[in-house]
Design a protein around this ligand. Structure first.
Ligand code: C5P
Length: 232
């Protein structure tokens, strides 16, 4: 598994993301595109960033009936993204349908990872609103196992959970971990954070880093610092 730093490009327009990426000159960092940019600019933004030579994690978190997800995933696969995702809560039937939709005629496909429980969901809201009464960390590990059994490639999780996920689901099961901050940086609204070096030590496969890079005075230097702490 090649370790890499994925920049969360949480921008609202094509103009803003291109102004950001232009600073990287010859470098082609792996980027995460989320709902805001995708919904504002449409699928062409993915084609344009791909044409510039970047790998793309398209973070759209699909969750619908299996047929709808299968057909939607086929469209995303045609966009040639490298990683896409869905909610494990859609259950095994939805996840296997997603894999079917993603698989191209030559057998290749983007990596598919699952969101377990959103980090905005806590024990209380899970019990009250979702009627799930098991401990939250057990629910997360169970969803990870179900995603693995469905044939998915990994999950999004906190770097603090990466080791546990690898122990339960194997070291080939990818952990993609947001919530990364430099030791001397600002945590912002992230609560359970880890430095790139600590995320590497605990076994994260990919770290997703947004504001510590996008809002740095020198984003390229901040990106390179992440790469040297996490990948080298
Ligand atoms: O700016 P920051 O580094 O906090 O950005 C992290 C990115 O990862 C954002 O795009 C955020 O939506 C995403 N994310 C997260 N926590 C999760 C899942 C996704 O921060 N549990």
């Amino acid at each position: 598994m090649g370790k890499d730093v994925i920049i969360a490009c949480d921008f609202s327009s094509a103009q803003a993301i291109f102004a950001f990426l232009d600073q990287f000159k010859g470098k082609k960092p792996f980027v995460k595109i989320g709902m805001e940019l995708f919904y504002s600019e449409g699928p062409d933004i993915v084609r344009q960033i791909k044409a510039r030579g970047h790998k793309i994690f398209l973070d759209l978190k699909l969750h619908d009936i299996p047929t709808t997800v299968r057909k939607a995933m086929a469209v995303l696969s045609n966009l040639d993204v490298d990683i896409c995702n869905l909610h494990a809560a859609g259950t095994t039937a939805m996840m296997t349908a997603a894999l079917e939709g993603l698989t191209r005629t030559d057998g290749s496909r983007p990596l598919l990872i699952a969101v377990t429980q959103l980090t905005s969901t806590d024990q209380e809201s899970m019990e009250k609103d979702l009627m799930i009464h098991a401990p939250l960390d057990e629910v997360v590990m169970h969803y990870a196992q179900v995603a693995k059994n469905a044939g998915l490639d990994g999950i999004v999780c906190s770097p603090l959970e990466a080791k546990k996920v690898h122990n339960a689901c194997g070291h080939d099961f990818i952990t993609v971990t947001p919530g990364v901050r430099f030791a001397d940086g600002d945590a912002g609204d992230q609560k359970r954070i880890m430095t790139p070096a600590a995320a590497k030590a605990i076994g994260s496969d990919y770290i997703v880093v947004g504001r510590p890079i996008t809002q740095a005075s020198d984003p390229v230097a901040a990106y390179e610092r992440c790469v040297s702490e996490f990948c080298d």
